[in-house]
Design a protein around this ligand. Structure first.
Ligand SMILES: Nc1ncnc2c1ncn2[C@@H]1O[C@H](COP(=O)(O)OP(=O)(O)OP(=O)(O)O)[C@@H](O)[C@H]1O
Ligand SMILES: Nc1ccn([C@H]2C[C@H](O)[C@@H](COP(=O)(O)O)O2)c(=O)n1
Length: 218
């Protein structure tokens, strides 16, 4: 199999990371978490005291952070200006701020260019919000993962401590609204993507279904 790009998009908590890593492992492909790149820029903006309510200020600094991201499905990691922020980008503070930073066109232009360079000649599973529509519109396999708000909130609550299903449902709904209503590259299903509702599926069943699609389309 050569030059394969599998685009995995969908709202927060739909299972993109878990399924993408599983598919990449099963097929011996690389794995790119584009959300981690937006989170890393957001971490840097917070760390440098940028005003997140001022898109022009964020745009002016969009090119400053030096990012490096690993594409191994076994040990995904990301550094900014040489600092490993793999864990730090998962805090509630970063999660609450990332939609504002990722709505800035200059931030997106920079990261989309880097994502395309990382994709290179392919053999990679790429997950995010705009992979099938913007980053890799020619990807031969495009999957749009969904799950009910209740299922997504329950799953996320199970992996975090000190939160509730209700709090997670509200936080996810807020982030989904921001991500799908922004002007630049909003979260939307590509016309040629296959929608996969994972509400009633185990992770293994989701991975098996994506592998079936890959076989069918390549
Ligand atoms: N089919 C599934 N059944 C049960 N739990 C699942 C399933 N898919 C994923 N999960 C769990 O749901 C949680 C969220 O999954 P994951 O992080 O992969 O979602 P995501 O779409 O990448 O989220 P985000 O966009 O917020 O990063 C994880 O704890 C994961 O283990
Ligand atoms: N291709 C992408 C990937 C992510 N984002 C933004 C929007 C998300 O809320 C945020 C964090 O992503 P996650 O780690 O939850 O997958 O990053 C985007 O705009 N485009």
């Amino acid at each position: 199999m050569t030059a394969l790009v599998i685009a995995m998009d969908g709202p927060s908590g739909s299972g993109k990371s878990s399924a993408s890593r599983g598919v990449a492992r099963a097929l011996g492909l690389r794995y790119l978490d584009t959300g981690a790149m937006y989170r890393a820029i957001t971490w840097w903006m917070l760390h440098h005291g940028a005003d997140l309510t001022d898109p022009a200020a964020l745009a002016a600094r969009a090119g400053a952070p030096v990012l490096s991201i690993a594409t191994s499905p076994e040990t995904p990691s990301v550094t900014v200006d040489g600092t490993d922020v793999t864990a730090a980008i998962r805090t509630a503070e970063v999660t609450g701020a990332v939609s504002a930073v990722s709505a800035v066109p200059e931030v997106r232009a920079r990261l989309v260019a880097e994502q395309r360079a990382l994709i290179g000649s392919g053999d990679i599973v790429v997950e995010g919000r705009d992979i099938g529509t913007v980053v890799a519109p020619d990807a031969p396999v495009k999957v749009y993962l969904t799950a009910s708000p209740e299922a997504r909130a329950r799953r996320r609550t199970a992996e975090l401590s000190g939160t509730t299903v209700e709090a997670q449902r509200e936080a996810m709904a807020r982030r989904d609204t921001l991500d799908s209503t922004r002007k630049a590259d909003p979260l939307v299903m590509a016309a040629d993507a296959v929608e996969l509702d994972t509400t009633e599926l185990t992770l293994d069943e989701v991975i098996a279904e994506v592998l079936r699609l890959v076989k069918e389309r390549t």
